[in-house]
Each structure stands twice: as C-alpha cells, then as structure tokens.
Write a protein that binds this ligand. Structure first.
Ligand code: KG4
Ligand code: ZN
Length: 362
C-alpha cells in the first residue's frame, strides 16, 4: 500500500507519499516529502495570520501534491488511500487540505483517512526509527502543544501531562518577538543561545504546585501515576515569558538598547529553563510509567540543546531516546501518512461527512 498524505494545519502546505514495508519492526518507508513554507509571508506580521495562511494553502496545494507524486515516481492511480490532517489547527487552513483530500479520494474511489495532527508528530518518530521499545513516554512539543503521552502499545496514545497555558514553541516565538528577533522564534533563539551564557540570568523554573483550591483535575487518568507525582507533571510557560519580559524592561530602562551579548545570554538562559522543564517532567514520567523508551517530537524537538540534553539524560537513566530528524520534527505530511497507515491496520471506514476541527482530542 502506498498512501498520499496532506497536511495544512498551520502555515506549511505539505504532501508526502508513504508506503508500507511489510517489516513489522520498520513498518513504513518515506518515498517523498514536500513542504511549501509560508514563513516569509507571516514573518512580516510577526506571527501566523490565519486568513493569509488559508489563501496561500489554496495557491500551493496542487503544486505540492503533484511534486510529492513525481518525487516518488508515482501517479494517483498508484495511491491506495489518502490521509489528511483533520485537526487540531487553524480551521481555515485545515479546510483547504481536508476538502482537497476528500475530493481526490472521492473521485479516485479510495479511502480517506482523517488524522490527528499530534498522532502524526508521535508517529514521525516511528517512521524514522522503526517501532519503539514499549511502553514509551512521548513528549510532543510544538508551537501549539506541549503534551506528554504514554504509548502502552503501538497506536494507543494516553495523555499524561499537558501545558496549563502556553506551549513551549509559543514561548520561544513570544520571547523572540520581544527581543526583536522575528518569527519563528525557535530556530533563531536556538542559534543565538549557542553563543550565550546559560547561567547569565536566573529565570524561574515553571512549576505546578497546586496550592490553590481551584487547581484543575490531574491530566493523567486516575491510578496511572502516584497522586504526589501526577499534579507535578503538567507544564507552564507563561510565567517564564513574563519573567523574560520583566528582565528586558529592566535592562532597557531609560531607552538603553540590549547589547548583542545580552541578547545571546537571555536566549541561552531562557532555553536552559525551557529544556530543563521539558526534560525533568518527561524523565520523571518515564520513571513512574516504567517506560522502556523516551520519544520527543514536534517543532521544538528540532532544538539542538533539547536533543543533546535528552541524549545525555537518556544515557544517565539507561533509557533510549528517539527524536526524528529535523525535516520530520517540524510540520510535514510524512508523519500524517505514517499515522494514517497506523490507523489503517485496525481498519478505517471512510466518512464523507468528516469536518475540519480547530480543537480535537487525541
Ligand atoms: O510542530 P510545528 O512545526 O508546528 C506546530 O504544530 O505548532 O512547531 C512549530 C514550533 C514554533 O513555535 C517554532 O518556534 C518551534 O516549533 N521551533 C523550535 C525550533 N525549530 C522550530 N523551537 C526551538 N528550537 C528550534 N530549533
Ligand atoms: Zn505540529
């Protein structure tokens, strides 16, 4: 089976051809992976403008799909199913991909497989590395999400922790904006942080202590984790963002500009706190869940320090760590194809009434 996958949940128009291998340990093979990025358009506005994103998806989608087919030396007649991101994401952007995929599947008489964007990020790890040692603790960390999942068996995703406010990628983007570094923030902060001192500024480590009576229910299903642990695993990044804002205000009081070295030091200090917050919780969860492996996926998993520190912690804890290559970390359609092939193993009935969903539980 060869499958065409389409992803348009945010500001990348993407299409890919993914095939089954017949090998249980490495179930899928990537045959093509095409991405038309809209970053240059949104950079001008300091972030993604939804209306501009949908319009650009409309312009790009035919060419991107044609290119994915030709890169794989395939035609639509070779495609056994069409996968598409159903949500979560920007609804106008999602609608372009979903309507396109639906029409194509209908006219070629092949199944349509709607895919959850985060299932895609999780399966991007398997697409590249093959099946993970199970149970696995998987951190999905992107511009829209920071969530930790237990994968007790292939294709089963159990939410264990999530962010209570901003996603980690969103924090990168906002901090970059207030430092005047442009959009998206992750890659530029990653680069500048390498030349900065990560102990230059003491920024607060986000912590969920839940002293207050209105604390929300724990994210993990009851009984999965000890009560003393489950409340500590959720993430929070809005306080850190505010702390950076205050620091920048202090240091620019009286109209003084930040020096290049100060900017690098702020980037490095901010990044140290984010990476530690992510990895502390991921490895804590992995320990309590008895995980045999740790996976990290989503746009922020492209981060060089996160990758390096995750490797180091994995070695210290004696637990293998799997991160996809950068091309599969940020949004792409190959991961959507992989998640669709996973879904097809249990059988999917095409539902032509399926709609785009801005928010969608996994
Ligand atoms: O998964 P993704 O491409 O889109 C969403 O589903 O949100 O993630 C995009 C996010 C952005 O916030 C971007 O700043 C961040 O991933 N990102 C990074 C890096 N590359 C992209 N964050 C930190 N370090 C990076 N190298
Ligand atoms: Zn994503």
């Amino acid at each position: 089976m060869r499958l065409l996958a389409i992803e348009t949940s945010c500001d990348e128009t993407a299409a890919a051809i993914v095939a089954e291998t017949g090998d249980d340990r490495r179930p899928w093979r990537l045959e093509s992976n095409v991405i038309a990025s809209q970053t240059a358009i949104h950079r001008e506005w300091g972030g993604v403008v939804p209306e501009l994103a949908s319009r650009q998806h409309l312009r790009d989608i035919c060419g991107v799909v044609e290119r994915a087919l030709s890169d794989a030396s395939a035609s639509l007649a070779d495609v056994g199913a069409i996968a598409v991101t159903q949500g979560p994401g920007l609804v106008g952007s999602l609608l372009v991909g979903l309507s396109f995929a639906k029409s194509l599947a209908w006219s070629y008489g092949v199944p349509l497989v709607p895919v959850h964007h985060l299932a895609g990020h999780i399966e991007s790890i398997v697409l590249h590395h093959g099946e993970l040692p199970i149970p696995a603790a998987i951190l999905v960390v992107s511009g829209g999400h920071t969530s930790l999942y237990l994968v007790p068996s292939p294709g089963v995703y159990q939410l264990v922790a999530r962010t209570r406010d901003d996603a980690a990628g969103e924090a990168y983007d906002k901090v970059a904006k207030l430092l005047g570094l442009g959009y998206p923030g992750g890659p530029v902060i990653d680069k500048l942080a390498r030349e900065g001192r990560d102990d230059a500024y003491a920024l607060p480590m986000p912590r969920m202590t839940h002293a207050d009576r209105n604390a929300p229910a724990p994210t993990a299903p009851p009984g999965l984790l000890p009560p003393s642990v489950e409340r500590k695993l959720d993430f929070s990044f809005s306080g850190l963002k505010t702390a950076v804002l205050r620091l920048v205000k202090d240091r620019t009081a009286g109209g003084r500009a930040l020096s290049d070295q100060e900017v690098r030091d702020i980037c490095a200090s901010f990044q140290r706190v984010v990476v530690n917050a992510l990895l502390d919780r991921t490895f804590e969860a992995a320990k309590w869940l008895g995980a045999k492996s740790v996976g990290i996926a989503g746009g922020v998993s492209a981060n060089s320090r996160l990758r390096q520190d995750a490797e180091g912690r994995g070695a210290r804890h004696g637990i293998p760590v799997f991160v996809p290559p950068i091309a599969l970390s940020t949004d792409n359609a190959a991961m959507i194809g992989a998640a669709a092939l996973r879904k097809l193993t249990v059988g999917v009935e095409t539902d032509w009434s399926v709609n785009a969903m801005a928010s969608l539980p996994l």
